[in-house]
Design a protein around this ligand. Structure first.
Ligand SMILES: *Cc1c(COP(=O)(O)O)cnc(C)c1O
Length: 356
C-alpha cells in the first residue's frame, strides 16, 4: 500500500535542530531532542542528534527500548515517570528520568543496582500547569528523600508547561524554578547540575530573550519537528515547517448537500455534529481516518480544500472551490499538526517514507 503515507524530510529536522541548539546554546542551555511525536523514528532521532541535540527524550519506555535496540548508545531521558511495574525496564534503557514519587525512585534505585548502573533523577516540580510534579514548597524535602536512595543520583529539578492547565512559562515562573533549585541545593548540601525548564512552550522566552539564566536545558519536540513555538504556535524564526507531509488518496468525488438529510443523532464518536447549509457542494473522500490522523490537525496543501470531518476511516473534504478539480485516485497532501503527526506516526496503516 503506497498510501496513506507520512513523508519525512529529515533535512528539515536537521536544520531545525541546528537552529534550536544554536538558540539554546546562546543562553547556556542544552537541547534535549524529543522525538515522541514520531514514536522515536530512527531517522528523525538521527537528524536531531546530527543537528546538535545532546540527548534523546521520550515519554515511552518502549520507544527508548527500540532506540537502544537500534544501537543508540548516547544519553536517554525518560520524560514520563515510569510506573512501579516498569522501573526495571526504565533503569535499563534510560540514563535519566523525570520523577515526583519517592517510592518510584526507590524502585528505580533497586533496579539500577541490579543492573550494575547508577540512575539519574530529575525531580519534577509543578509550577502551575497541574500535570506531574510536587508542589514547590515540598521540593527541597522530597529532593532530600530521593537523594538518599541507593543507586540514584539526584541531578536536578525540572518542570513542564502547557500540557494540562495550558499554563505557559514566564521569566518569573522559570526564575522561581531556578531559585527553588538553589534552595534545594542548600537543603541537600551538594550542587545540582540540571534545571530542566520545559518543552516547546518555553521557546517563546528564548525568542523574546527573556529566559532566566540558570535554566540549563529545554526538552524540545514540537519546535524541532514542526518549527513552531508551542505557546503561541508561531513559526520559530529560521526554522522550517515542512518536515512532514501526510499524503492520502481520494476514493470518492461527488456533489452532495452540505447539510445531512434526515433526523440526526450522535456521530460515531459520541458528538452531535453541526452543519452550515451551503447547498449542493463537490466533496471528496480520502482513504484515511481518525485511526490515523486528527482531522482538525490537517492543513490541505491545495488551496480551496477544506476539511469537513472524519470517521474512523474516511476523511471528508469540501473541494468545491478547487479550480483544477479533484479526481478519484488523486493523492492529496496535508501538513499535520502535532496531534495529527502523533497519530499518523503511530498508525501501522500509514506508510513512513523518509526523504534523505
Ligand atoms: C512531550 C514532552 C516534552 C516535549 O514537548 P514539546 O511540546 O513537543 O516540545 C517535554 N517534556 C515532557 C515532560 C514531555 O512529556
Amino acid at each position: 500500500m503506497r498510501f496513506p503515507a507520512l513523508v519525512i524530510n529529515v533535512e528539515s529536522i536537521r536544520h531545525n535542530a541546528r537552529v534550536i541548539s544554536g538558540l539554546l546554546e546562546r543562553r547556556g542551555m542544552r537541547f534535549v531532542g524529543v522525538a515522541k511525536g514520531t514514536v522515536c523514528h530512527p531517522d528523525v532521532v538521527r537528524a536531531m542528534l546530527s543537528g546538535g541535540a545532546a540527548a534523546v527524550g521520550d515519554s515511552r519506555i518502549g520507544n527508548l527500548m527500540n532506540l537502544r535496540a537500534q544501537g543508540y548508545e548516547g544519553e536517554t531521558v525518560l520524560l514520563r515517570a515510569p510506573s512501579p511495574s516498569s522501573c526495571k525496564m526504565a533503569a535499563e534503557v534510560a540514563d535519566i528520568s523525570l520523577n515526583s514519587e519517592v517510592e518510584t525512585v526507590r524502585l528505580l534505585g533497586a533496579a539500577a543496582i541490579a543492573a550494575g548502573k547508577e540512575h539519574r533523577v530529575i525531580l519534577m516540580v509543578d509550577m502551575g500547569d497541574l500535570r506531574e510534579g510536587v508542589l514547590p514548597a515540598d521540593a527541597p524535602g522530597v529532593a532530600l528523600q530521593m537523594a538518599s536512595v541507593p543507586g540514584i543520583r539526584l541531578v536536578g529539578v525540572g518542570t513542564n508547561w502547557g500540557c494540562f492547565g495550558g499554563v505557559v512559562p514566564s521569566p518569573k515562573s522559570l526564575g522561581a524554578l531556578v531559585a527553588l533549585k538553589e534552595e534545594t541545593e542548600g537543603n541537600l548540601g551538594f550542587p545540582l547540575d540540571i534545571v530542566s525548564g520545559g518543552n516547546s512552550t518555553a521557546m517563546k522566552l528564548v525568542l523574546d530573550d527573556t529566559m532566566p539564566w540558570g535554566v540549563t536545558e529545554l526538552r524540545i519536540g514540537e519546535s524541532v519537528l514542526l518549527g513552531l513555538d508551542a505557546a503561541e504556535r508561531r513559526p520559530v524564526p529560521g526554522c522550517r515547517q515542512d518536515a512532514f507531509t501526510l499524503r492520502a488518496e481520494v476514493i470518492e468525488v461527488l456533489r452532495k448537500p452540505s447539510a445531512p438529510l434526515g433526523p440526526t443523532g450522535q456521530d460515531a464518536f459520541g458528538e452531535i455534529p453541526e452543519f452550515v447549509d451551503k447547498g449542493i457542494r463537490r466533496r471528496a473522500i480520502c482513504a484515511i481516518g481518525r485511526q490515523d490522523i486528527d482531522p482538525e490537525g490537517l492543513i490541505p496543501l491545495i488551496s480551496g480544500i477544506s476539511v469537513q470531518g472524519a470517521s474512523s476511516d474516511h476523511l471528508i473534504l469540501d473541494v468545491e472551490e478547487v479550480d483544477t478539480g479533484i479526481q478519484v485516485g488523486q493523492v492529496l497532501d496535508f501538513r499535520p499538526n502535532y496531534s495529527a503527526l502523533l497519530r499518523a506516526s503511530t498508525s501501522p496503516f500509514v506508510r513512513k517514507e523518509v526523504l534523505q
